[in-house]
Write a protein that binds this ligand. Sequence first.
Ligand SMILES: [Zn+2]
Length: 178
Amino acid sequence: MSAGEELRLEEFLRLAREYWEGRGGRMTVVRRILCRVLFESGESIDAEALLRLGREADSLISLSTVYRTLEGLVEAGLLVEVDGRDGRTNYTVADRSTNAASHIVCADCGQVLALESPCLALREGASARAAGFSPTRIQLRLEGHCHTFRRTGTCAVGKASELSGDQSEVEPDCAGSR
Ligand SMILES: [Zn+2]
């Protein structure tokens, strides 16, 4: 991780600790491991993938601990839930500055990609404020066929981690949308 990312992780851990201590809990070693994995995974991740990666650091982590940790971090506003395919929930680190998140989900294999969308809070946030709302959370979910599906006509379940770098068609473009 870059120095900037290390700083963001430290901030994430600090806020997570505050959240749990505010509820009479504490920042356990396992919670710390899971936070780090969530942060380092970059893309959104589901509970089972988080368990698998977490167990590389501590083989005794249980799925129920993973779920409780995820629940807490969502409640703390540090994670955003994204509905994947078949009701599978994915989690991604929330953008603290805007609390906006956007994702694209493959309707066939269920892979979830986070979209860098700096326009979302600016544009939709402005619309909401114009309507007299004070937006607290903005989410955008796009569904479509993934790169693998477009190329080969199929994208078998279980290959969701085979992410391609071809996101050129979904690059945000604030200027072009108005
Ligand atoms: Zn797919």
